[in-house]
Design a protein around this ligand. Structure first.
Ligand SMILES: NC(=O)c1ccc[n+]([C@@H]2O[C@H](COP(=O)([O-])OP(=O)(O)OC[C@H]3O[C@@H](n4cnc5c(N)ncnc54)[C@H](O)[C@@H]3O)[C@@H](O)[C@H]2O)c1
Ligand SMILES: O=P(O)(O)OC[C@H](O)CO
Length: 308
């Protein structure tokens, strides 16, 4: 395919894994990071694609900085951040699209533990956009024999799958840390998916998206891997550490911690039932122990599996 110029925002674990994939495919990659030597305007200049893989805490700030910098009219934005904005509860793609309404925005999300991808182990992901051509271009840029990229027309569903599973990964870490067994883990992940679908429906996402790579796929990856930072938060808290102690030694960002707080706010505003998220939140706040959180979930009112 034609060589493209890609500006990558962030130089963390995920940004560098994606930078390597694009470089290996022969594209020109420029990397910007805070405190780095390359200026933001130099990275953006004539870029075909601007890919953001910075943590949620930095997204609004970087978007504000970029609004006043010159951009090519055809630049495609790709967002790979999995989080929610604490002030507005917006997703990263909503923030990017709000600031750059005339540019295509593509969400990249899937079961993608960066440590495995950097070893060239096989993986698959999803690129989702309302602009099909933009999604197809990003698909070509990153596809390789070890990274299979699918397109999807439901960006909000793809983005929420990757974002909401982080909370379930914290819960799954607790489940494993307490040695609750395989049945408990299966129940947690399945009911977690139901909770994610319920939230997604309220947000306007398609239900079937949550049964794909960016929903169920990422849920399976992060709820079962010690490589997941979110899983590690739950696992280590189940072992008796406080959240502050866990985060002090965690390599990189566990977005589920902030996402949980934002989701509580959004669920209250929209009357969405999120029992697992509520218990994860109470645990992170130090209001319940892992065992108490488990008991709260097990002793909820009994009910049908689905609301018919
Ligand atoms: N690591 C993975 O396996 C993986 C996979 C898929 C998606 N993600 C998502 O990608 C995002 C980044 O994850 P990561 O693992 O690379 O995290 P990381 O902690 O390794 O890197 C975060 C990057 O964001 C930058 N950053 C943080 N705050 C900033 C600010 N205020 N302004 C500018 N830059 C800022 C940091 O400097 C760093 O470059 C997260 O939303 C994560 O959920 C990570
Ligand atoms: O390490 P985590 O928990 O942020 O998970 C990384 C990715 O989201 C996995 O797809």
């Amino acid at each position: 395919m034609q060589k493209t110029t890609i500006g990558i925002l962030g130089a963390g674990a995920w940004a560098m894994a994606l930078a390597n994939l694009a470089t290996d495919n022969g594209h020109e990659v420029r990397i910007w990071s805070r405190g780095g030597k390359v200026s933001l305007s130099a990275v953006l200049q004539n870029a075909d694609i601007i890919l953001s893989a910075i943590s949620m805490t930095g997204v609004s700030e970087i978007v504000s900085q970029m609004e006043f910098l010159p951009l090519s009219a055809k630049t495609i934005f790709v967002t790979a951040t999995k989080g929610l904005d604490p002030q507005t509860t917006c997703t990263p793609s909503q923030i990017w699209q709000g600031a750059f309404p005339d540019h295509p925005v593509v969400v990249l999300s899937g079961p993608n533990l960066s440590a495995e991808i950097r070893q060239s182990l096989p993986a698959a992901t999803v690129v989702a956009s309302k602009n099909q051509k933009a999604a197809q271009l990003v698909q070509q840029v990153f596809s390789s024999s070890c990274f299979r990229v699918y397109t999807n027309p439901d960006p909000i569903g793809v983005e929420l799958g990757g974002t909401l599973k982080n909370i379930m990964a914290i819960a799954a870490g607790v489940c494993d840390g307490l040695h609750l067994g395989t049945n408990a883990k299966a129940a947690l992940v399945t009911r977690g998916l139901t909770e994610m679908v319920r939230i997604g429906q309220n947000w306007g996402a398609k239900t079937e998206t949550f049964y794909g790579l960016s929903g169920l796929g990422d849920l399976l990856a992060t709820c079962n891997s010690p490589l997941s930072r979110n899983y590690q938060v739950g696992y280590q808290m189940a072992g008796g550490k406080t959240l502050v102690e866990v985060l002090a030694n965690l390599p990189g960002t566990a977005e589920g911690v902030n996402t949980c707080q934002v989701l509580i706010k959004r669920a209250q505003e929209h009357s969405i039932a999120i029992p697992i998220t509520e218990q994860v939140y109470a645990l992170l706040q130090g209001e319940v122990t892992p065992r108490q959180a488990l008991e709260e979930l097990m002793l909820r009112d009994i009910k049908p599996e689905y609301n018919c």
